[in-house]
Design a protein around this ligand. Structure first.
Ligand SMILES: [Zn+2]
Length: 236
């Protein structure tokens, strides 16, 4: 576990080569003495890691238990984000949040017809979010509807900390931030538009789900990626 910024913890896989392949993040809540989990990783069996026990170990290291996870925020339906959702929901008793559209797809009602790996087992999500909803998690989070990668994709912004948790609205491999590849993306055009919106936010740190986090000058990195997604500069 690495605290990349105060109160922002990344779960580190046993195999360091998998570091930043999927950044499952835990956030220390300013109020209520608990934690908020952001996305849940691929299921055990598909990867050489067991996210449920990693989260449990994290809680133990903080001298607590799994019931300290008060909320689970899901950015979108893809299996690498929802793979351990059911198990973690059951083990933690946390409230689970997703965009209302994505919540329907995660419940397989209707079954999602789009690219990317689908959830293996339906999960009913009762806490549905809309664009602009504020959450009393971490130091205050605002849900941003960032469609493109999937129709109901959410990013989460912490305005007082100037940190953006992007899910797959934007990602990294080794180099700069980019939108996701077309084979995993519902609408490349919408993804570029969502990124253009994110690039207007006052952001210092960008925590992507895939790739190493960017801790400084996030806004400039987002702007560059957004221009790249459009194939050049644009009028804001
Ligand atoms: Zn995805």
């Amino acid at each position: 576990m690495t605290e990349i910024l105060p109160g922002v913890f990344l779960l580190d896989p046993a195999n360091p080569e998998l570091r930043h392949a999927t950044n499952v993040v835990l956030l220390r809540d300013a109020k209520g003495g608990g934690y908020t989990l952001l996305d849940t990783g691929l299921p055990k069996g598909m990867v050489p890691r067991d996210m449920v026990s990693e989260v449990e170990q994290f809680c133990r290291a903080q001298k607590g238990s799994l019931s300290d996870i008060h909320r689970i925020l899901i950015t979108h339906l893809h299996l690498d984000h929802t793979g351990n959702l059911k198990a973690l929901q059951e083990r933690t008793g946390a409230k689970v949040y997703a965009h209302w559209m994505e919540a329907a797809f995660i419940a397989n009602s209707p079954v999602y017809k789009g690219p990317g790996m689908l959830p293996q087992e339906p999960v009913r999500i009762t806490e549905t979010l809309r664009d602009g909803d504020a959450l009393d998690a971490f130091d205050g989070l605002v849900a941003y509807h960032t469609p493109g990668h999937t129709p109901g994709h959410l990013s989460f912004y912490a305005p007082t900390r100037r940190i953006l948790f992007t899910g797959d609205a934007v990602m990294r491999q080794d180099g700069p931030l980019t939108v996701s590849a077309p084979q995993y993306t519902f609408s490349q055009q919408m993804a570029a538009l969502s990124l253009r919106r994110l690039a207007t936010l006052d952001v210092e740190s960008v925590v992507t789900y895939h790739g190493e986090p960017i801790l400084k000058d996030g806004k400039q990195h987002l702007k560059t990626a957004s221009e790249q997604a459009y194939g050049g500069k644009y009028e804001n």
